[in-house]
Design a protein around this ligand. Sequence first.
Ligand code: 4AD
Length: 455
Amino acid sequence: KRREEAKGVVLIDKGDAKKTKIYALPELVGSKVRIQGWVHRLRAQKTNYFLIVRDGTAMVQVVLSGDCIRTLDALDLTVESTVEITGTVDKVKEGQTAPGGVEVIVDWWKIIGRAPGGDEAFEGRLRPDTEASIRADLRHLELRGETATAVMRFRAIMLRAFRDRFHARRVTEVTPPCMVQTSVEGGSTLFEFDYYGAKAYLTQSSQLYLETVLPSLGDVYCIQESFRAEKSLTRRHLSEYTHLEAELVFITFQDLLDHIEGLICEVVDVLLADPIASIIIKTLNPDFVPPSRPFMRLDYRDAIKYLNEHGITKEDGTDHVIGDDIAEAAERKMTDQINRPIMLMHFPKILKSFYMKSLDEAPDFTESVDVLVPGVGEVVGGSMRISDLQELMAGYKRDGIPPEPYYWFTDQRKYGTTEHGGYGLGVERFLAWFLKRYTVRECSLYPRWMGRATP
Ligand code: 4AD
């Protein structure tokens, strides 16, 4: 019994019915169980009611008949009501299908909380044609739907896989602050707020903080919210997103590329082998093909050539020239044409932040990399960092950044500097690629974008 309890199967005995979570029912065929959950679907026939009940761990078919449907509660039953049910677990009959291959034949049940019917009925509030802004207002209800639930469950399994792969590589997790007084990726996307009378910002990236603990913890990572005051509405920009960032010490640019590629491929493999995640991939993105290694490696200057040779112009219709930022639309067009992950490398220095290391052979370009994937574009941005103190001071100056607030970052170059590099992966973008979602908004629990911070 204790072993069953450890597995979470049997929580309490009440009479001879075991209180259990729905996921465990297939192991309990023939047993009397007590379950609680929400009515996900309801089909009322004359002699039987068939319910699909979910409790957050799984769904199960529940069959009510006889006295069980001759009650006021049965007349009143609505979708999304919470119910408590006692019954016997049975295998579904030959030729029939139901979640988990079992059903619960009910001998006692009650409504815990009745959801409204009529005008306020759950089914009427979110329909396929519901307008996008109403849908966003009703995110709390949408999260009960099968697609949103699958995406959120997959997200949890994916984060666990990343943590597991970091652990295997001896990369230590830290939790840097979200309230900061320095910027990492330029002032234009900073959210500023009043911090006891002083100026502070919501963090854009935890990179600088990760760099400070390399001397104590070695390779580190964090999974932390980042904030960007993006002033445009695109399908891949959020104002708050989950940023998975890592910083690795005593490495070369080549090591950094191999690490990013290896980590992504391992996480994909783990998820394809996971019993729940693999079903979600099959349901939401049945054509998913795991990326093959090595990823295509494309120099920025060759990418500019590619764009011009393939007629992919800038927004104003002109050709790209060296030094141009490759805009979202052009980047996606190129990635979709190539149709496999690309490591786009060596961006011009003028496009990048103060901390990026130059290429030895071409100092106007950097040891930087973006990973681009079909359907989304950039999912990872990373680079080697300047390790030389004087070069860093010149970097502040070039970007017009006063060095004083960065004293703690500068100190890293004074007290035992070393080559190091790292990257940031946008969790929602990675999910949008993996599960073929049209927008990153579907991949965040409560997405925030320009003008939206509710619910
Ligand atoms: O390329 P970014 O701006 O890089 C950095 O912040 C580095 N300091 C990270 C590092 O090296 N530690 O952002 C990294 C990734 C992008 O590739 C993208 O996936 C995601 O963060 N990202 C966003 N995701 C959703 N909404 C936004 N507004 C995003 N901005 C960046």
